[in-house]
Design a protein around this ligand. Structure first.
Ligand code: AQP
Length: 323
């Protein structure tokens, strides 16, 4: 049986990129014979200096989306990172198995320094991510392709740690959804769809109304041709829409091209928009039916199991390093 770990930051409203690039895959994995840990990584989000008055609301909303997404609760623990201090304890130990130069070479570090300034949290973020994964000894990590470098770093840390202390951690593998590894903004197809960017019209939020969704797809930026063809170099906008449609209908890009070979861009945009509406509808319905009490009970019920798993790893790690 595999152990799966993945996380999401409570940095704003969950969007279609989070759902298709990550959470959808979590739902699939939760229906297989795995032990799953899905974590709202609030400590990671501190690197962006979020407004404290919005934090609890964002955490609750993100947890509610995870529950509503269809994750099978039987073999999955949804929890909040800061409730389990072992994440940070392990992160400190692992930071001694990681070079400063490696952290400085991370693409996300370079991008985020420009946006957020160069504080140490941005630099050491990938070590905390390694600890998130390793605290439950996860061997499978379903994340978007923007996290490839961080996963590679985790694997390097594992190899160095195991070389010193024996086979303590498994070597984790990254997995992505079938398609849609990186969903782009509908207005700026060069940029990924994102929670925290100010790009309301380019981002589909999980709770957008039907009209908002159709309107955003109708006005999505494409190109001046009228051929529905996947080409991520020269036709990024339309390729992004093909990605969305193919993910939702479990079709290949070629199937989608063939299905819409006689359609105009505007007809295709409406079809994609309606598919997204149908996908989000049950998620929104479940979300609306959840009370704060339901969420609190679920978090409380999961916490013992999560804490036991984290403590077991920390006890083992503490023993081998001699603290
Ligand atoms: N556009 C995207 N396409 C596919 N996958 C995506 N993910 C994020 N954006 C896309 C995946 O969603 C998971 C959770 O992401 P995160 O909250 O940890 O942070 P992020 O990657 O930085 O996502 P955002 O939404 O862009 O947040 P902000 O704006 O705060 O940076 C991850 O598995 C991620 O790959």
């Amino acid at each position: 049986m595999k152990t799966v770990f993945s996380g999401i930051q409570p940095t704003g409203k969950v969007h279609l990129g989070n759902l298709l690039g990550a959470i959808n895959n979590w739902v699939h994995l939760s229906n297989e014979e795995n032990k799953n840990y899905f974590c709202v990584v609030d400590l990671h989000s501190l690197t962006t200096h979020p407004d404290p008055s919005l934090m609890q609301e964002n955490i609750n909303e993100t947890i509610k989306v995870l529950i509503s997404s269809g994750i099978n609760q039987k073999n999955s623990n949804i929890y909040i990172q800061s409730n389990v201090p072992e994440h940070v304890q392990l992160s400190w130990i692992l930071s001694n198995f990681c070079q400063i130069g490696e952290l400085q070479r991370m693409t996300q570090f370079k991008e985020k320094v420009d946006q957020l300034g160069s504080h140490a949290g941005i630099l050491t973020y990938p070590v905390l991510m390694a600890a998130d994964i390793l605290i439950h000894k996860a061997n499978e990590v379903p994340v978007g392709d923007d996290q490839t470098q961080h996963l590679e770093l985790t694997r390097n840390i594992v190899e160095r740690f195991n070389n010193s202390y024996g086979e303590i951690f498994p070597l984790p593998e990254r997995t992505t959804g079938k398609v849609g590894a990186r969903l782009m903004s509908l207005r700026h197809p060069d940029n990924k769809m994102s929670k925290s960017k100010d790009d309301l019209n380019g981002t589909i939020y999980f709770d957008d109304s039907k009209d908002e969704i159709i309107k955003k797809f109708k006005s999505s930026v494409t190109d001046s041709e009228n051929e529905i063809k996947f080409d991520n170099e020269t036709k990024k906008g339309i390729s992004n829409l093909i990605d969305v449609y193919s993910t939702l209908h479990e079709l290949t890009h070629a199937d989608v091209e063939n299905k819409f070979k006689n359609s105009s861009y505007s007809e295709f945009k409406i079809e994609v928009g309606e598919s997204v509406v149908s996908y989000l509808e049950p998620i929104k319905e479940r979300y609306d039916s959840l009370s704060e009490g339901d969420v609190a009970t679920l978090i409380k019920d999961n916490l013992d199991d999560v804490k036991n798993s984290a403590k077991k790893t920390m006890d083992e790690v503490s023993a081998v390093v001699g603290v």
